[in-house]
Design a protein around this ligand. Structure first.
Ligand SMILES: NC(=O)c1ccc[n+]([C@@H]2O[C@H](COP(=O)([O-])OP(=O)(O)OC[C@H]3O[C@@H](n4cnc5c(N)ncnc54)[C@H](OP(=O)(O)O)[C@@H]3O)[C@@H](O)[C@H]2O)c1
Length: 341
């Protein structure tokens, strides 16, 4: 039975128990206990504090190689995490250093900095910020919007999954670049948060409003940049409304992650031809060498009040499987993570 009490002797873990069929279930993960690993020469022992829940975890539970190797049944569930170096045989990572990395759903792990790459953060950054806005999803927003989306002042930018970790930051970066930003999210309070707190110009609740009609009303001249986190009908509605030379950034497609059977293609892709537009996907890890540079700029924007960030933090190791399921029901505003220490 998973407990909420951590110990210095036991390494609580969740391991892959079954490959999900359709919607991921709590029982697809199994609780286990292992001994705390001992760091060898050149290695550090990391105590995990926060574990990230990410839509891509669903794909990694399948037996399918894409941009990362698939997990095997019985493997510790892969997950990004923030933690603290508590023992160190490596002068690059002294005791007390805040690090993030792919530590998995467990309390403890060892690394020499290469076996599991470790990112370090300045002393004034806390674990939630390191794993959230300065972590993988913040970097995804930064490079996806700026490198692939190439925003220009005055552009009409539409962001789906807008109240989530990636979308909420992508939309705010677009505002910094002088764009008119419309977010699409799945709850009235999320839409209010986007407009009232984050400065989005408009927001559409895709669960209660007609997205196509709202886009017609809000973007009469068309969409210059669409940052897609969801795929499906919303991608199609945006493709139908792209402006000349538009950029469609394929960041994610959460509508497909729990789907079984064939996935319908976008019907309106041929507008890319008529509008001389570009649709391009990307994977954030390809920009890893530039994360430090991006973090400095993002931190400057945060400190200047230009980027606001929020995390939904669930307390308790045992809630990891439930929180993964809840991610797909939209439980989070901003970054979703579980505090485990
Ligand atoms: N390309 C890359 O390198 C990269 C890296 C990281 C993430 N991503 C992708 O970016 C997207 C966002 O990831 P994230 O980590 O920031 O997650 P997130 O947006 O914080 O959380 C997922 C959100 O998706 C929304 N959602 C769930 N099911 C949906 C559906 N059927 N249709 C529309 N919205 C749905 C929910 O909000 P609502 O209440 O609004 O429905 C939920 O809060 C994902 O597709 C992810 O795979 C890509």
């Amino acid at each position: 039975m998973a407990t909420d009490t951590s110990s210095n002797e036991i390494n609580r873990q969740f391991r892959l128990a079954a490959r999900p069929r359709g919607m991921v279930k709590e029982t697809d993960l199994d609780y286990a206990e292992a001994t705390v690993p001992v760091p060898g020469p050149g290695e550090v022992l990391v105590r995990t504090r926060y574990i990230s829940l990410d839509p891509s975890m669903r794909g990694q539970m399948e037996n399918r190689a894409d941009y990362v190797a698939p997990l095997q049944i019985g493997d510790v569930m892969r997950a990004g995490a923030a933690g603290e170096v508590v023992e160190s045989n490596n002068p690059k990572f002294p005791v007390g250093t805040l690090v993030t990395g792919s530590f998995g759903m467990q309390d403890w792990c060892v690394s020499d900095g290469r076996t599991i790459p470790l990112r370090t953060f300045p002393a004034d950054v806390d674990g939630v910020t390191a794993l959230g806005v300065l972590g993988g999803t913040g970097m995804t927003a930064y490079f996806g919007l700026l490198e692939i989306g190439q925003p220009k002042a005055g552009d009409v930018v539409v962001v789906s999954g807008a109240a989530g970790a990636t979308g909420s930051i992508a939309g705010q970066i677009a505002k910094i670049k002088g764009c008119h930003v419309i977010g699409i999210a799945g709850a009235a309070e999320k839409c209010r948060w986007l407009m009232d707190e984050l400065g989005f110009d408009a927001a559409i609740n895709y669960k209660t409003q007609n997205v196509a009609e709202e886009l017609d009303r809000l973007c009469p001249q068309g969409i210059n940049l669409y940052f897609d986190n969801v795929g499906g009908e919303i991608l199609d509605a945006c493709l139908a409304r792209i402006a000349m030379n538009a950029r469609v950034v394929i960041c994610g497609g959460i509508t497909r992650y729990n789907t079984t059977g064939p996935i319908p293609g976008p019907r309106n892709y041929f507008n890319l031809v008529y509008r001389r537009a570009r649709m391009e996907g990307f994977i954030v890890i390809d920009y890893a060498a530039r994360f430090a540079e991006a973090s400095i700029e993002m931190k400057r924007w945060i400190d200047a009040g230009l980027i606001r960030h929020h995390a939904t933090v669930i307390d308790g190791f045992r809630y990891l499987p439930k929180t993964l399921v809840d991610l797909f029901a939209g439980v989070n505003t901003g970054k979703l993570m579980v505090r485990v220490d």
